[in-house]
Write a protein that binds this ligand. Structure first.
Ligand code: UGA
Length: 437
């Protein structure tokens, strides 16, 4: 089919490339000329495992352009995958979505299905349909359907090609059939629901996962107080199929472009409708305080970090991405700097973005973990990169001035630190104090 995808961020580009890999002719549209030029060379502007390779393999089925008139005029299906960033009141900013809708209304010349992939508040599909119909110029039928995405950064290609489910939100026969055809070659359960339900499925799923993480983080905090080990606890919980063993990793809180934004958006939506969604509100509060958990723990060893060498391992919100949005490092590093610490950061892909987010000439960026921890007085782990998890922990003892490791992602087994001479604090587990402490 002839498909156009508006927006080439994580959602748009991954969707476009995966659709092209299934034989569709896909035009990827973006307003950013530089980005489009990069993609025309077969290079992905975002770091996402497997994406560039897939892009290069299916370049014959892909076109990249900034020309929306050309991209929309005879497309059979138009996916909208532009961003819906958070506004200061927590609600979703839909200006990019409306901008695209306006352009479609002015340029689409044939019957087509506009598919909203961006995460949007419940009722947005209805409004977009009305908006397009009001502004439409050409005599053609433009349907609007919801098709939320469930891809996670770092596994976006796999999550799209082998989706847990494909939700098709429409009450009408034609767009449902068209979308079934679009996804014909995707081996995933496909469900057809109403548009508002589809919109809600996205928020309800993300917020449930956020809630699950905040819940396990609170259990972890309690485990520390009562002498239990959260990993043993979640191991025991996970065997219950009703609970499941995914998303039970305790840590210093969730980040990323989705959970923080979508929890706030649902909370906002509830209050806008004179309702309160207390569980989600609690998940947000727990997450905010969880992000500061490690630094509080470290204060047991240092009242403040003035003139201390502080190593930071990992600054992205999770491994496998260079994305820093809402990453715990963004809250913690400024606190360390404020305290007067000499901060050295190691991250395999996130440092360039970090420099942009926290421009501070005093931060030293290191190429290796060894460089970051040498002579350090304390080391914080904010992201569970493989390089950190597989690191020879004896080097903490060998290279650090004072071997104190504060692990916000439970990268290591506690046994590794028994008798190691290293002080090791993590989340939801006992702290191992080196004999020298
Ligand atoms: C999330 C969802 O997992 C996707 O299903 C969804 O499509 C996506 O949002 C979206 O709405 O676009 P993503 O934000 O890329 O994906 O990343 P996740 O892997 O879900 O991780 C989010 C955060 O939760 C990370 O900071 C991670 O460290 C944290 N996390 C995750 C935990 O603290 N514990 C866990 O057990 C799992």
């Amino acid at each position: 089919m002839k498909i156009t995808v508006a927006g080439t961020g994580y959602v748009g580009l991954v969707t476009g490339v995966c659709l092209a890999s299934k034989g569709h002719q896909v035009t990827c549209l973006d307003v950013d000329e530089e980005k489009v030029k990069t993609m025309q060379k077969g290079i992905s502007p975002i770091y996402e495992p497997g994406l560039s390779e897939l892009m290069q393999e299916y370049m014959d089925n892909l076109t990249f352009t900034t020309d929306y008139t050309d991209a929309y005029k005879d497309a059979e299906v138009i996916f909208i995958g532009v961003g819906t960033p958070e506004k200061s009141d927590g609600s979703a900013n839909l200006s990019f979505v409306y901008q695209v809708a306006k352009q479609i209304a002015r340029t689409a010349e044939r019957d087509c299905v506009v598919v909203l992939k961006s995460t949007v508040p419940i009722g947005t599909n209805d409004k977009i349909e009305q908006y397009i119909h009001d502004k439409q110029i050409h005599d053609c039928r433009i349907y609007v359907a919801s098709n939320p995405e469930f891809l996670a950064q770092g596994t976006a290609v796999r999550d799209t090609l082998y989706a847990s489910r494909i939700v098709i939100g429409t009450d009408e026969k034609y767009p449902a059939e068209v979308l079934m055809h679009v996804y014909e070659k995707f081996d995933a359960p496909k469900i057809n629901v109403g548009r508002r339900s589809a919109e809600m499925i996205k928020y309800a799923s993300n917020d449930f996962l956020a809630l699950k993480i905040s819940y396990v983080n609170e259990i972890a905090n309690l485990c520390e107080t009562v002498g239990a080990n959260v990993e043993e606890v979640t191991l025991g919980m996970g065997y219950d199929k009703r609970i499941g063993n995914h998303f039970l990793n305790a840590g210093i809180g969730y980040g990323g472009s989705c959970f923080p934004k979508d929890t706030k958006a649902l909370s906002w939506l509830a209050s806008f409708n004179d309702k309160e969604i207390r569980t989600v509100k609690a998940a947000i509060e727990v997450n905010d305080s969880q992000k500061l958990k490690l630094i509080k723990k470290a204060r047991k060893y240092y009242d403040d970090f003035l003139f201390l060498n502080v190593a930071v391992l990992g600054c992205t919100f999770k491994p496998g991405t260079d994305d820093l949005r809402e990453a715990p490092s963004l809250v913690n590093v400024p606190l360390l700097l404020e305290d007067g610490a000499y901060v050295r950061i190691w991250d395999p892909v996130g440092t360039e973005n970090f420099k942009k987010r926290i421009p501070n000439g005093k931060i030293k960026y290191c190429d290796t973990i060894e460089e970051a921890i040498t002579d350090a007085d304390i080391c914080f782990i904010f992201t569970e990169w493989d390089e950190v998890c597989n690191f020879d922990i004896s080097k903490y003892k060998k290279l650090m001035r004072r071997p104190i490791v504060m692990d916000g992602r439970n990268c290591y087994a506690l046994e590794q630190f028994e008798g190691s001479g290293i002080t090791y604090g993590s989340i939801g587990r006992k702290t191992i104090n080196s004999t020298e402490e």
